[in-house]
Write a new protein. Structure first.
Length: 404
């Protein structure tokens, strides 16, 4: 009899704990939804624990636990006087996530300067008084091999711990476009890609502006013979370059266009050295390097060939601003400003939050002097430290641009 009473007591305790847990989730869900709907405005005084206890007919422990979760997720904060306020920059309005499906090591590899630059710029969106918006970088979100980290991140997104999601990697290549992350009500998505979908806004790097600005520069300098070192062999990129060069009186011989994979950029040095070792009458007087992962190597080859830049050769080299190479030669840097890319992604997300359908936004190519803020040299130090952050919820017709 005693054992049966003990068993019944334990069973009752477990049932009570489950009920309390469900109750805490209910309280958190209601209060969070009211903050999101604007019942409690950013910066306003939040109800006291006693008021909440009376409203929900629950215990002080349940209310305290619910407040702890709201505080942890950034929806509320407590002052020194123990009053509680709604955050002036709550996460559903000011916190964004930049989502990679690959691990952190993937952006530290050769050929990943574009992603490195985006992460460096994202770190400036730090949630400070100067910049209330915050961008967190999340790695290894992969739904084919769903991990605890992925489940926790999805739960956080569903709990509106983010105002929106940015996909630097093409979401239809990585497969994340078909995951539960896309389509969460109130959490819009933007990706760096050429066409929007019904659930993801597109931020496209304008390849036409890159091509035309480079070719116009060479034409203005009276150059006639153009070489291209690229990691792109796609005819959709080659065709407009060839057509634009002909239109401007520039000749590109077949062997003056060389493609190098950006995972083995060192071969660009050999190619440039060989290309510019010809007699002066038979070698190019203009060079377009379309990938910043190849630029430094190609320029070393130009130096090894003994070419005087810019007198014998004008060079336009691709760059992801503001993280530009200090450069070993006086060349023109042309590319995309990562700050503009990120701001455009945030603009797309915010427009969707206001009820607009996902659309397409173009980011034009710019020369270095057109960038609003000074460049950050790539040798200025290591990339900002980022980790696989998980914000726990209550459940604990343009031509494509060259490859960035």
């Amino acid at each position: 009899m005693k054992d049966r009473h003990l068993s019944n007591a334990k069973s009752g305790m477990k049932k009570s704990a489950r009920n309390n847990s469900v109750r805490r989730k209910d309280v958190v869900a209601v209060l969070r939804e009211e903050i999101i709907r604007g019942v409690y405005k950013p910066g306003s005084v939040f109800p006291t624990r006693a008021e909440l206890q009376q409203r929900f007919h629950t215990t002080p422990v349940t209310i305290q636990h619910a407040m702890d979760i709201l505080r942890r997720d950034g929806f509320v904060y407590s002052s020194a006087r123990r009053a509680t306020y709604v955050s002036p920059s709550p996460p559903h309005l000011f916190r964004y996530a930049m989502v990679f499906t690959t691990p952190p090591a993937s952006v530290e590899q050769p050929g990943a300067r574009f992603f490195q630059t985006l992460i460096t710029v994202a770190s400036a969106f730090d949630g400070s008084q100067r910049e209330p918006r915050k961008i967190v970088v999340q790695f290894s979100i992969e739904f084919e091999k769903e991990s605890h980290e992925t489940r926790a991140f999805l739960s956080s997104a569903r709990a509106h711990c983010f105002a929106g999601l940015i996909f630097p990697q093409h979401p239809y290549v990585t497969g994340i476009a078909d995951s539960p992350l896309c389509g969460i009500p109130g959490v819009p998505c933007a990706a760096i890609m050429d066409k929007p979908s019904d659930r993801i806004g597109a931020v496209m790097l304008d390849g036409d502006s890159l091509i035309n600005k480079a070719l116009d520069f060479f034409a203005d300098r009276k150059r006639k013979r153009l070489a291209v070192i690229s990691n792109i062999s796609d005819p959709s990129f080659q065709a407009p370059v060839m057509a634009g060069a002909r239109h401007r009186g520039l000749t590109i011989k077949p062997y003056w266009w060389q493609a190098v994979t950006n995972t083995t950029p060192q071969f660009a040095e050999n190619i440039a050295h060989l290309m510019f070792s010809e007699d002066i009458k038979d070698r190019p007087d203009a060079l377009f390097i379309t990938d910043d992962n190849l630029a430094d190597y190609a320029l070393r080859g130009v130096v090894a060939a003994g070419i005087k830049v810019p007198y014998e050769l004008e060079v336009v080299a691709h760059c992801n601003f503001p993280c530009g190479s200090p450069g070993i030669l006086p060349v023109r840097r042309l590319g995309y400003d990562a700050r503009t890319i990120i701001e455009t992604c945030l603009k797309s997300i915010d427009q969707q939050r206001r009820g607009n359908p996902p659309g397409k936004h173009l980011v034009p190519a710019v020369f270095e002097e057109e960038v609003s803020l000074p460049a950050i040299p790539t040798d200025a130090g290591p990339m900002p430290q980022v980790s696989a952050l998980s914000f726990s919820s209550t459940n604990s017709g343009k031509k494509p641009a060259p490859s960035p």
